[in-house]
Design a protein around this ligand. Structure first.
Ligand SMILES: *Cc1c(COP(=O)(O)O)cnc(C)c1O
Length: 478
């Protein structure tokens, strides 16, 4: 039996203290953002074994401490590696309360408040996108939201597939060659086959070329296939490109195809008067992916699939054998589980709602605009450094660049190696955690501005360190 006692209160207080220290420390310039250790070394340092007999609550404390000690400090302004960074107090509180009041989102009767909160969130997201009578659901990540977007499209096109399987249907989906890899998984899972995902050429800014899209659709029709789905991206993962939605929608409307927009990274620009034009035409989509755990800073996982026309999610997801769960009563229209592929579903809505309550639309607008300012600062710095070169002029918060050696005789291959060296050395030193990517055979360094705590001074230091490492590495090769 669990007993709420002094012992419980003590451990809760101690852990809270640890969490606060941890967050404080991660903001300190002298704390390493990452302490790179091999899996073997780390395994030796941690007490991972599980035993026959349990331990006391108090004995959990050192385990929690060492968890925090050896984890990556993703809340640091020097964590620039992925599309999330920083921390959110309302989000952390939301996670704690959701766990303490542990429930599942499938029916209104077990999650009454959470259900109403989720519906409110979905309605507000839909309002921003321009789906006035839309529906939606919180799902386990942007990848899964993309999957469900494609799943809805498949249901709309060939509803009988639900019972018959794909049979002779040869469905074809289209995304740009810059789209997220989750689409390949979606075509795999939905039985469409990844070879039937056409990766349409993008232009030099990484945006899908609408005329290329149309040519690919015509080609597929010519080959007797059934085009059904186009996935545009609002904020691509590497370059931060926004596909031109009105032009793409013209094509999807002409051929009667489903238009999904993957806004996992870029959707929150909709909060900003100044930058929402990047997503002009969002209302033309049929479905939309939104990650609140990236730019909005809600703790992972926090994502939604949004659909323009009500009813499709439950039609696509409903199965048989659910009579035991979904009973007809006055609140049955509030049973979100009917729209879900999951049975048990975590309450992700609470942390999201608390964050949104706390910041308000204006807070999110300010956050987005502040990060754009930082991006501009980074771009200006890059322009002023002859050893650093932008890959493209960024439209968003992805700053992709590379170090160019002073010695102009160095081969393209070595330039790639130097850039890789720079990135690896920064991580090894624990100063910054930044990512690299390969784009058109070039290794580039990808700076992501997602943490509103990033200051100009942080960027100055970053580029200084990159130049120092670049020069060091360059010496190795001459
Ligand atoms: C991050 C990302 C995804 C995947 O989202 P997860 O929440 O990590 O599953 C999908 N699309 C784009 C454009 C992304 O940047």
């Amino acid at each position: 039996m669990n007993e709420i006692s002094v012992e419980v209160a003590n451990i809760c207080n101690s852990v809270l203290e640890e969490i606060i220290n941890y967050l404080q420390e991660s903001q300190d310039m002298n704390t390493k953002v990452i302490e790179l250790k091999s899996a073997e070394t780390l395994r030796e340092k941690l007490d991972l074994t599980l035993s026959e007999t349990g331990i006391s609550l108090a004995e959990l404390l050192p385990l929690i401490k060492s968890y925090l000690q050896y984890s990556v400090k993703t809340s640091s302004p020097r964590f620039l590696n992925l599309l999330f960074s920083g921390f959110s107090v309302p989000g952390i509180l939301g996670e704690m309360v959701a766990s303490a009041s542990n429930t599942t989102m499938h029916t209104y009767d077990v999650a009454p408040v959470a259900t109403l909160i989720e519906l409110e969130l979905i309605q507000n997201l839909n309002k921003l996108i321009g789906f006035p009578s839309g529906e939606g659901l919180m799902v386990t990540g942007g990848s899964n939201a993309n999957l469900i977007g494609m799943f809805c499209a498949r249901h709309k096109f060939v509803p009988e597939v639900k019972y018959n399987g794909l049979e002779n249907n040869q469905l074809i989906a289209f995304v740009s060659d810059q789209a997220h890899y989750s689409y390949l998984k979606a075509t795999n899972l939905l039985g469409i086959g990844s070879k039937n995902l056409i990766q349409v050429k993008s232009d030099r800014n990484g945006c899908l070329i609408p005329s290329e899209l149309e040519s690919e659709i015509i080609q597929a029709l010519h080959n007797g296939k059934t085009p059904f789905f186009v996935g545009a991206t609002a904020g691509t993962t590497v370059l931060g490109a926004f596909d031109n939605l009105p032009s793409i929608a013209q094509v999807t409307q002409k051929y009667g195809l489903w238009l999904h927009v993957d806004g996992a990274w870029g959707a929150p620009v909709l909060f900003s008067e100044k930058h929402r034009n990047l997503l002009a035409g969002s209302e033309l989509a049929d479905s939309f992916t939104w990650d609140a755990h990236k730019l909005m800073g809600v703790p992972l996982i926090c994502s939604a699939i949004l659909v323009k026309d009500k009813g499709i999610l439950s039609q696509a997801c409903s199965g048989v054998g659910t009579d035991y769960l979904f009973h007809d009563d006055e609140n049955s229209s509030y049973n979100l589980g009917e729209m879900s592929l999951q049975c048990g579903r975590k309450v992700d809505a609470l942390k999201f709602w608390l964050c949104w309550k706390y910041y308000g639309n204006k807070g999110y607008q300010a956050r987005v605009e502040q990060l754009f300012e930082m991006a501009k600062y980074a771009v200006d710095l890059l322009h002023s450094q002859k050893n650093l070169e932008l890959i493209i002029e960024p439209k968003f918060l992805n700053i992709c660049f590379r170090y160019i050696p002073q010695n102009s005789h160095i081969s393209a291959e070595i330039i790639n190696q130097i850039n890789l060296d720079i990135r690896n050395e920064l991580i090894r030193s624990g100063q910054v955690f930044i990512n690299y990517a390969s784009y058109k055979d070039q290794i580039l360094i990808r700076l992501i501005l997602a943490n509103p705590e990033i200051k100009k001074a942080d960027l100055d230091t970053l580029f200084e360190n990159i130049l120092i490492q670049g020069k060091k590495s360059e010496k190795k090769y001459v």
